[in-house]
Design a protein around this ligand. Structure first.
Ligand code: LMR
Length: 348
């Protein structure tokens, strides 16, 4: 272009300026894309127990595996010990997308409207880990997880913890020993019926509040696998522990469905592999962790550990089995029957 006058010159200068601005814009956008490409996808994984428990360890394992398999494209931030949310709040946070992953106890899905999970709370329905795995690794477990989807939640896996024992400040040998005791339970109607069947008074309470409630006498006793009992230092505030194994407590690992399905397919696949490995790990360590916790409680010398006799066990079982029928309408007869069939359950 031949510059003929001042008007042409001004036009040329303005065009150059615009072009420079355009180039700057392109550079900034490219930089932003590059930065974004390097920013890992963050998965906040909130839970309520100590790090040194089956769930706490499995969560850490998953975080490490996820980083390894995605080559750092995913960062799993684990928040243990109700640091971020208590039991009920964490489920709300997951649905709102404030956290992406949780592993609540199976007893905690009732308030969400998925009452079928309370089948796991039925006293004596599972006779050990082999029975448990028939359910969690089989079609029934799969169908139960699918029931979470309409709630915006995707169930990825079941992680084991263990079988529960009762504790209090008095010996608990027979059903009569529970009479009038305020017993802390998780938010499950089946557990409410369980405590009532023993003549106790069920008190639903968040896990993070149990130690204080036991210490101050707000509640008299509780039930939990020993790994939870020990790592929450309940042995410091409970004089008696009865190794009753009367029911099971374990977890479903769940994610916000929208978040999960919005992940790039390759990343989701890598995370699924990490979850498979973490699940194997969780289920390998659960029993060992609980056995070691029982030993640690014994060594502490603060709690008397009692193993009920055959007759005492039979009396507890007799008192607790009617709960199955009582809650049939809530859980669904079909679900209970499906679990009975899977594990070959017999009432006698
Ligand atoms: C409880 O509230 O007792 C348990 O669900 C805690 C847990 O997550 O193991």
């Amino acid at each position: 272009m031949i510059i003929q006058n001042a008007k042409d010159k001004a036009f040329l200068e303005e065009s150059e300026m615009r072009f420079r601005q355009f180039l700057l814009g392109v550079a900034a956008a490219t930089l932003a894309l590059a930065v974004n490409a390097q920013q890992p996808i963050v998965i906040k994984f909130s839970h309520v127990v100590a790090v040194d428990t089956p769930k706490g360890k499995a969560a850490e394992f998953f975080a490490a595996k996820a980083a390894e398999l995605t080559k750092g494209r995913v960062k799993v931030e684990v928040y243990p010990n109700s640091q971020l949310y208590k039991d009920k709040e964490e489920l709300e946070a997951l649905q709102l997308g404030a956290v992406q992953m949780l592993a609540p106890a199976l007893s905690k899905f009732g308030p969400l409207g998925v009452k079928e999970f309370e089948v796991f709370d039925l006293p004596y329905i599972l006779d050990g880990y082999d029975d448990l795995h028939k359910v969690t690794l089989g079609p029934v477990g799969h169908q139960l997880l699918a029931k979470l989807e309409p709630k915006g939640i995707k169930g990825l896996a079941y992680w084991d913890n263990g079988f529960k024992s009762f504790s209090a400040n008095r010996p608990l040998h027979t059903p009569a020993d529970f009479k009038g005791l305020k017993m802390r339970i998780q938010s499950s109607k089946v557990l409410e019926e369980e405590i009532r069947a023993l003549g106790g008074l069920p008190q639903v309470m968040a896990f993070s509040e149990v130690y204080n409630a036991l210490m101050t006498g707000v509640v008299d006793g509780t039930e939990n696998p020993i790994s939870n009992f020990y790592t929450q230092k309940m042995h410091e505030v409970q004089k008696h522990l009865s190794v009753t194994n009367h029911g099971y407590l374990g977890y479903a690992v769940i994610v916000n469905k929208k978040f999960w399905e919005g992940l790039p397919a390759d990343i989701r696949g890598q995370l699924e592999s990490a979850m498979e490995q973490a699940t194997r790990y969780a289920n390998q360590i659960a029993q060992v962790e609980n056995d070691q916790a029982l030993e640690a409680v014994r060594k502490s010398g603060k709690t008397v550990i009692y193993v009920p006799t055959k007759d005492e066990k039979a009396a507890l079982r007799k008192a607790l089995l009617p709960v199955h029928q009582k809650v049939e309408g809530r859980i669904g007869k079909d679900v209970i029957q499906a679990v009975y069939k899977e594990v070959g359950f017999k009432a006698n």
